[in-house]
Design a protein around this ligand. Structure first.
Ligand code: SF4
Ligand code: SF4
Length: 417
């Protein structure tokens, strides 16, 4: 047999690749197959390519890399697969192999910017300060009305995602439990969530406290590394995982996240970093923590629909908890969204790097939302919040896009007791 095109460390597992029986059941669930209609842009096609490379039958050519780049990493294929192929870890390992040759030249600069700014709190804060200035000075209105960014589709995609950039809103390092104390949890504030949706973190901490948890919010926590893991930057990802383990220590009952992408990365830390297994086992999404909590909720007369973030539904198997929580709010009518677990096109930084495919998925999602007649969309991931809000803005759909905890916090405020 010819030597494999992959080399340790982090080579995709050949036994896992061979679990695929080519049945094709995953194909209709794959968003990129749906948009592009190419076998090689389906899970089965990508597994075929990865296996051929692992068995030394093909090289890691540009065409190979392109089919892997176009994958959203949404893991809808994992939910569908009867053979239990763990596509996400195969994709991450293959991207780690491709990463050794560097990003494709056409997006090298942009990737460099993304990975040196997004996960770094200081740089991200400075960039957001400049963006606030860009918005307040009227420059954003001018750029959008003149279409100045049209020749630069990736920059335009990044700019289009921006809603109003809020001011930083640091939480206290300790939020005491209210009522009967159940234990002590750590809150992962997340680099995107913390910067662009500080209210979601504030509401998360408040609800956890109302549910009886003392909430620790370490100031020094950095990025969890999810963006880097999904891009195959496994060395950087491991370094971030080790830092987070040291930051949270081991005296917490749980580590809580409210961002699906961060939660799925944390829960899979153990696969990449031996000493992170404990933290991985103690990680919970906020909806898992609250679903059985005694919360006093007042009425909210709203029609709400729910979009399943891929990294919550497919990667963590969490679908029931957010819906149950929303249904507990008196007066709230939850209407199901057709294809609620079809990717909205956000997928970390995919919407910036692959704007055409992302835009088609965004438009499909917004069309489905319009069918529901809901005035509020709830979803538990900052990327989905931004992408869906952008889609609704572009279509002129009068819909508010919020995290489920924001509705729960409003309902807690509305409690008459
Ligand atoms: S992760 Fe998503 S986009 Fe990639 S192959 Fe699987 S279903 Fe398709
Ligand atoms: S459903 Fe699973 S076994 Fe069937 S083609 Fe897709 S990945 Fe392979």
């Amino acid at each position: 047999m010819a030597p494999s095109a992959f080399a340790p460390p982090d080579a995709p597992d050949l036994a896992e690749l061979r679990k695929c029986v080519h049945c094709g059941i995953c194909l209709p669930q794959c968003p990129t197959y749906r948009v592009l209609g190419e076998e090689m842009d389906s899970p089965r096609g990508r597994i075929y390519l990865m296996r051929a490379a692992a068995e030394g039958r093909i090289e890691l050519t540009e065409t190979f890399a392109r089919h892997l780049d176009l994958c959203l990493g949404c893991r809808a294929c994992e939910s569908a697969c009867p053979s239990g192929v763990r596509f996400g870890s195969l994709l991450e390992a293959t991207r780690a192999q491709l990463r050794r040759h560097g990003p494709p030249p056409r997006r090298r600069l942009l990737e460099h910017f993304i990975y040196s700014v997004f996960p770094e709190p200081g740089r991200a804060g400075a960039a957001l300060g400049l963006l606030r200035l860009y918005q307040r000075s009227g420059l954003q209105r001018l750029v959008r009305s003149t279409g100045a960014l049209r020749p630069f589709p990736r920059l335009r995609a990044m700019e289009g995602l921006l809603g109003d950039v809020p001011r930083a809103e640091p939480l206290p390092e300790l939020v005491p439990a209210r009522g009967r104390r159940r234990g002590r949890v750590g809150l992962l504030t997340g680099c995107v969530q913390g910067r662009l949706y500080p209210g979601v973190n504030r509401d998360t901490a408040r609800l956890l406290a109302l549910a009886g948890w003392e909430v620790v919010v370490p100031r020094a926590q950095g990025c969890c590394g999810a963006l880097e893991l999904h891009a195959g930057k496994t060395d950087d990802f491991r370094a971030r995982a080790r830092r987070l383990v040291a930051t949270f220590g081991d005296d917490l009952d749980w580590v809580v996240t409210n961002a699906a992408g961060c939660g799925s990365a944390l829960k899979e830390y153990g696969h990449w970093v031996q000493e992170a297994r404990g933290l991985a086992a103690r990680t919970r999404d906020v909806t898992e923590m609250l679903v059985d909590a005694e919360l006093s909720l007042g009425r909210l007369e709203l029609t709400v629909t729910y979009h399943d973030p891929c990294h919550l539904a497919h990667a963590q198997g969490i679908r029931r908890e957010p819906r149950q929580l929303l249904r507990r709010i008196p007066g709230l009518r939850l209407v199901e969204l057709a294809e609620s677990d079809l990717c909205c096109g956000s997928a970390g930084v995919y919407s910036i790097l692959e704007p055409e495919v992302a835009r088609e998925l965004m438009e499909l999602k917004v069309a489905r939302i319009a069918e529901t007649g809901a005035t509020v969309v709830a979803t538990g991931n900052p990327g989905c919040l931004m992408q869906i809000a952008q889609g609704c803005r572009m279509r002129g759909l009068d819909v508010t896009v919020v995290h489920p905890v924001e509705l729960l916090a409003r309902a807690a405020d509305a409690y008459p007791g």
